[in-house]
Design a protein around this ligand. Structure first.
Ligand SMILES: NC(=O)c1ccc[n+]([C@@H]2O[C@H](COP(=O)([O-])OP(=O)(O)OC[C@H]3O[C@@H](n4cnc5c(N)ncnc54)[C@H](O)[C@@H]3O)[C@@H](O)[C@H]2O)c1
Length: 368
């Protein structure tokens, strides 16, 4: 076994391990319990990953296992009913049985889709996540949320389906575009804001190294993020309380993604940078946090040359449209929008918006 760190997501019989190492994709089966008990393996990835990293499939995987492979197009558009049906039909065509293992090698988009397919086919097939983007390594591959989008909103159709293991190999990131690396950084920064001021201070000193994929710093940020997420998910798998904190920036962010139509123009992580900016600005507007907290966020991103405003992405949204989409988000309860706001770095608060007018006024000012 290559050297790696191991974290556990403790969920009774659905518990699993997250393995984090430099090049553990070269020996994937070492990190899958009882691999020999599976009748067959189907590897699912996207065409872009195959093109950029053919050795992943043709060299390392082929050396270890016999498998069928399916490659989908890349992009947020595949988180749709159309591609859910397509992937399910492709897998069923292989005449799979219930002892089939699905291995998903991809970013958050593919992981969300394959996770959902795995929860539906034959009422549930085992699946393993091999996240291949920074965002998937620090966030989406852990925690078992699967889903596709609807025209009414982001991730509105989905299930909870925990993987059998998560195999994080940081060398896989070497072929990732700069834009996708930066997008992944959004979720890393999120963890610092919702749970750990020291981690934020560390990011201020080391963020540049993380997004340059400087080995030690990047591995540290991935480990820290997985540690925080695995703890939260172990306490609250189905998002009845604490897990909601992970939605910091997402109620604003998901609305922006839905409005812009899940296009390449704005990646998920980029929407989350804007979403966190708006959530912090709204926190300051409501006097929940001091302006300095917002300033720390913006100056850190300026320093990293990462955009965080709607105007940076040439996006214009009316206040009415923005609010309508925020109301459609899953985080609405009893007709009240639920927001994760920030008191101080590391101290989040949940807020049920009693007076929507406050948000409406804030957006009016912000979007003009
Ligand atoms: N389930 C969850 O808990 C959760 C959490 C956060 C985000 N998400 C979801 O994750 C999605 C965003 O994921 P993402 O940012 O990984 O985007 P993505 O999956 O679209 O991947 C981004 C791009 O990187 C390419 N790529 C992937 N791995 C590569 C590699 N190693 N080398 C070169 N190119 C590679 C892909 O082909 C794609 O073009 C969103 O749909 C979001 O809703 C889910």
């Amino acid at each position: 076994m290559n050297s790696c760190d191991i974290y556990k997501v403790s969920l009774g019989i659905n518990s699993y391990k997250i393995f984090i190492g430099k090049d553990i994709h070269k020996s994937i089966t070492n990190y899958i319990s009882y691999y020999k008990n599976y009748s067959r393996t189907v590897v699912i990835s996207d065409k872009n990953i195959l093109e950029k990293n053919p050795s992943l499939f043709n060299k390392y995987l082929k050396k270890q296992i016999k498998f069928d492979q399916i490659f989908l197009p890349q992009g947020e558009k595949i988180k749709s009913f159309k591609y859910l049906e397509l992937i399910i039909e492709k897998i069923l065509k292989l005449e799979v049985d219930r002892d089939t293992l699905l291995i998903c090698i991809g970013g958050g988009v593919l992981g969300d889709l394959v996770g959902l397919a795995s929860s539906l086919i034959l009422r549930g097939l085992d699946f393993v996540q091999v996240p291949s983007t920074l965002l998937a390594q620090v966030d989406s591959s852990v925690g078992g949320k699967t889903g596709i989008n609807s025209k009414y909103g982001k991730n509105l159709i989905g299930s909870f389906k925990q993987p059998k293991s998560v195999i994080i190999s940081t060398d896989i990131l070497k072929t990732l575009s700069k834009r996708d690396i930066n997008a992944g950084y959004a979720e890393i920064l999120k963890y610092s804001f919702i749970s750990d001021k020291k981690f934020f201070n560390w990011l201020v000193d080391n963020g540049k190294k993380v997004i340059s994929l400087h080995s030690e710093s990047c591995v540290y940020a991935i480990k820290k993020s997985c540690f925080i997420k695995s703890k939260i998910v172990s306490i609250d798998e189905k998002e009845k309380g604490m897990r909601e904190l992970l939605n910091f920036g997402h109620t604003f962010g998901h609305a922006i993604e839905a409005i812009t139509g899940y296009k390449e123009k704005l990646k998920h992580g980029e929407a989350i940078f804007i979403g966190m900016y708006l959530a912090l600005k709204f926190s300051a507007f409501l006097k929940i946090c001091k302006k300095e907290v917002l300033e720390k966020y913006t100056s850190h991103l300026k320093n990293l040359k990462i955009n965080y405003k709607l105007s940076d992405y040439n996006i214009r949204i009316s206040q009415e449209r923005f609010l309508r989409h925020m109301r459609f988000d899953k985080k609405v309860k009893n007709n009240k929008i639920k927001l994760i706001l920030i008191k101080d770095i590391g101290s989040p608060v949940r807020l049920f918006l009693e007076n929507e007018k406050l948000l409406s006024n804030f957006l009016k000012n912000e979007l003009k």
